[in-house]
Structures are given as C-alpha cells and as structure tokens.
Design a protein around this ligand. Structure first.
Ligand code: ADP
Ligand code: MG
Length: 255
C-alpha cells in the first residue's frame, strides 16, 4: 500500500505579483502557512509587507496580475473582503481607522453577529453581547469604557492596536495578520497581546506577524521568520533570524 502524506496548507501563495496604479509592488512571492504556525515577516520600509497583508485580506486597491492565493485549499483571489473574513482571515491594520458616530460595542456586535449568522450560530442581543465583551476586554487588558466610545476615535496609538486585538479575539479567526502591532504599544500591553497570540497558536490558529523591530519576537516566538525585500521573500529562517538582523542589519542578508 502506498502511504500518502497529505498536509493541507492553510494559506498557500505561489508566484504572487501585485500592482496598484500600474506599479508592481509584489514581485513573485511564495509563502505557505499551516494551522498552528506563527510566521513573521520583517523588512525595510517600503518592501511590500503591508501590501501583502492587504492583498491577502482582499483590499480592492490592489490587483493580482499573476500567481495564486489559496486558503484552505481553495483560491480566494476573486472573493470579497467580507467573504474572506467569514472564511477566517483577519487583518489588524498598521493604521487602524477611526469611525466617528459608531460605538465600538455596536461595531463589534455587528461584526460578531454577521459571522454567527454565516455559520448558522446564535446572534447576540446588546445585553448578552456586553457580557461576552466584558470577558474579552479583560483578556486583552483593556478598560471596558472603550466599548462605549466611537471606534478608535481619539484612541492613542497603543489603544488602537489593543482594539484591533480585541476584534481579533472576538472573531476567533483561523488566520490573523498583525501589521506592526507592536508600534505604539507599551511593554505591558505587548506582553499581554503576545501571550494571547501564543495561546491561540497552540489551539491551531495561525498568524502572520509583520514587524520591523525584533522586540515583539522576544515574546512571540515564530516558527519562521521571512525577510522581504522589493516585493519578494529573499530569506527564510527560524526565530534566531531576528536577533542576527538586530546585530548585523538587513544588508547582511544578500541574495
Ligand atoms: P511596507 O509595509 O513594507 O513598509 P508597503 O506595502 O506599505 O511597504 O509599500 C510598498 C511600496 O508600495 C511602497 O513603495 C509604497 O509607497 C507603495 N504603495 C503601497 N500602496 C500603494 C498605493 N495604494 N499606491 C501607490 N503606491 C503604493
Ligand atoms: Mg507597512
């Protein structure tokens, strides 16, 4: 009997090329992520890290000119942002947007109930939702007064980042991308968020951590670190890569 060893990638990107306004930003990128894996992407400003995350999430500004993105074995290149979110893809933005006039609690409840509905599960009324959120805010070490404020309005940089993690925790996504989540966070918040991520990863959730500082990688130990340069992954290493980079700089990696 032939033994087959089929490992199903959660995310599989092959030869991806992405353009916006006729400028090519991603230039032939390959990346595979399996359930329960934490990957980090590092690289200088302008190397295409945020673009990659936005393209995976389905941001309409960018067009895929070549290559494929598969999630759970199916192409997602043609699917909408909403559909990808429902399939379990989450992106915490580098620059979270403020939504004046919409309370954080209402916004989160809408997102949560949409997902519940799509999965044929129970939607929550404002009161039951508030109870659920009370636990979640504790989990991310956030004050519950943030629930009543408008989405990100007047939040400090670090508070906006925590709010992204609150959304992520609530939506319980299979695959979360965190773009420069460490910028603006104080060390205590960084530790709390990192420990949340480490716990989620042991429960088969997968992560793509985008950062250009090594600091967050002292708390979240990734399985792989990729270095991105000019729209490509030019090097993949283990968790020690970050320390080497800190010491010798990006230019020490030459291909
Ligand atoms: P990183 O996150 O690695 O700093 P980005 O993905 O934000 O890099 O950007 C990569 C390059 O693509 C940059 O040169 C940036 O100016 C350019 N770029 C990204 N988005 C757009 C856009 N919407 N229009 C024009 N250029 C863009
Ligand atoms: Mg960026």
């Amino acid at each position: 009997m032939v033994k087959t060893n089929i490992t199903m990638n959660l995310l599989k990107i092959q030869n991806l090329h992405v353009s916006t306004n006729n400028i090519e930003i991603i230039k032939g990128l390959n990346l595979s992520i399996e359930p329960g894996e934490i990957h980090a992407i590092m690289g200088k400003n302008g190397s295409g890290k945020s673009t990659l995350a936005k393209v995976i999430a389905g941001h309409p500004t960018y067009s895929i000119t070549q290559g494929t993105i598969e999630f759970n074995g199916k192409s997602i290149s043609e699917t909408s942002v909403e559909d990808r979110a429902l399939q379990g893809i989450f992106l915490a933005f580098q620059y979270p947007v403020e939504i004046p006039g919409v309370s954080n609690a209402d916004f989160l409840r809408l997102a949560y109930n949409n997902k519940q509905k799509a999965y044929g599960q129970r939607e929550l009324d404002p009161l039951s939702f508030f109870e659920l959120m009370n636990q979640k805010v504790k989990q991310v070490d956030m004050d519950k007064t943030f629930l009543e404020r408008n989405v990100n309005e007047g939040f400090s940089g670090g508070e906006k980042k925590k709010n992204e993690i609150l959304q992520m925790t609530l939506l319980n996504s299979k695959f979360s991308m965190l773009d420069e989540i460490d910028s603006g966070l104080d060390i205590d918040a960084l530790k709390t968020i990192s420990s949340n991520i480490n716990t989620l990863a042991t429960n088969e959730k997968s992560f793509l951590i985008i950062t250009h500082y090594q600091r967050i990688l002292d708390y979240i130990i990734p399985h792989y670190i990729h270095i991105m340069k000019e729209g490509k992954i030019i090097y993949t290493g283990d968790s020690n890569t970050a320390r080497e980079l800190e010491k010798y700089g990006y230019d020490s990696i030459n291909i």
